[in-house]
Write a protein that binds this ligand. Structure first.
Ligand code: SF4
Length: 374
């Protein structure tokens, strides 16, 4: 799978700490640098037949459709596309006007991940999103009118500008609009964000964990009652609409990440990440120099990562190759740590897969980190 990071956004959302720039001055140079990186690094992916291609960001829908197409053409110089390939574009509602969708429906993009976040203006204003509630809804309808069936929307729960009733209405919209996939995250307060500053200044209340917990479990029951599978803590899909790209990531498959700040994994023991600086990225690539750092994962790193990713999913951690992949020290540590957690009901073993029962998913990161080897 191939990930392409487009590091531009119209404006900065109050809660966001991703890598992007709000200046489009070097957009052309960035596109050239991304193409150069595809050329220089295509050999790193063993499987040349792509099952997924993902434009993430930032806001990839800030690019014109012709620019997206030219990047896809570059990818096709080095890779073939599987017949069932999933090509996702992360898009913001305000970018999805008629003309854009018309052009996009004529491209290879076949899945939209729309940054809806909420269907309520008060939430959207606090988040400093570039769209309003009416665009949140109309963008989805328009995309469907232009033939996009495979649509995911992002929704944020636990915002201090909403409450449980508003959250229920947000969820009802998913059903009303017949959206088949949802990625939903709790509002988190990251350092160096406007949201963090507002909370410090007392301008806004901090999100309440108890409210987030309640909204999370309500969402899970509600969406399952409406035919969704809760297949990863933050992801829900109707049958046939699970994200191929993210599912492969959660199953530890190799992926190549292109663009500033993008991460890559070779499916075994090597991880790399690109520099999170647009200017330097462009400059280095123009000199045919890769802008990445590489880390060889130790046995401990692989073990911890396996738990962190696997325990957040419905499939859990596959233990079939555990003895082959890990030595005595880790195996003993693992056995010692999982026993009390299993007795307490926080972990279960099913078909040689270690899982967290869904009723404890809200605590998954804590449960996984308790098992870490440090
Ligand atoms: S559009 Fe996405 S990447 Fe850009 S600032 Fe907002 S949340 Fe961050």
């Amino acid at each position: 799978m191939l990930y392409l990071h487009i590091p531009f956004c119209k404006q900065k959302c109050s809660y966001c700490n991703f890598h992007f720039s709000t200046s489009l001055n070097f957009k052309d140079e960035m596109i050239s640098a991304i193409k150069k990186e595809i050329f220089l690094r295509n050999g790193e992916l063993q499987n040349k037949n792509l099952k997924s291609l993902y434009f993430g960001g930032g806001t990839p829908s800030i690019l014109k459709v012709d620019e997206l197409k030219s990047i896809i053409d570059e990818v096709l110089k080095y890779f073939t596309f599987d017949r069932e390939i999933e090509i996702t574009l992360e898009a913001n509602p305000d970018d999805l006007d008629k003309n854009y969708l018309k052009d996009l429906s004529d491209s290879a993009v076949n899945r939209l991940s729309i940054g809806t976040q909420s269907f309520f203006d008060e939430d959207l204003k606090m988040m400093n999103r570039a769209h309003n509630s009416s665009e949140a809804e109309s963008s989805i309808k328009r995309a469907q009118d232009f033939g996009f069936e495979n649509i995911s929307i992002d929704l944020i729960y636990g915002s201090p500008t909403s409450d449980f009733e508003i959250w229920k209405e947000n969820l009802n919209k998913i059903i009303e609009l017949q959206v088949p996939h949802v990625s939903s995250y709790a509002l988190t307060v990251e350092p160096k964000t406007a949201l963090n500053q507002w909370i410090k200044n007392g301008k806004i209340n901090a999100p309440k964990e108890s409210e987030q917990n309640r909204e999370f479990y309500y969402m899970s029951d509600f969406l399952k009652d409406h035919g969704f599978e809760h297949y990863e803590i933050s992801n829900f899909g109707k049958p046939g609409f699970h994200s191929k790209h993210n599912s492969a990531y959660w199953k530890y498959r190799e992926y190549l990440g292109i663009g500033p700040s993008a991460h890559s994994y070779n499916g075994r023991n090597e991880r790399s990440w690109n520099i999170a600086n647009n200017q330097q990225y462009i400059k280095l690539l123009s000199q045919n120099i890769l802008a990445k750092e590489t880390e060889i994962l130790s046995e401990k790193d692989r073990f911890n990562e396996m738990l962190m990713i696997g325990l957040r999913t419905i499939w859990g951690v596959d233990l079939s190759d555990f003895d082959k992949n890990f030595g005595d020290e880790i195996r003993e540590h693992f056995q010692k740590e999982i026993t009390p957690k299993m007795e307490e009901g926080f972990l279960i073993l099913e078909d040689n897969h270690l899982k967290i029962p869904e009723k404890h998913w809200f605590l998954a990161d804590g449960i996984a980190s308790d098992l870490f080897m440090v």
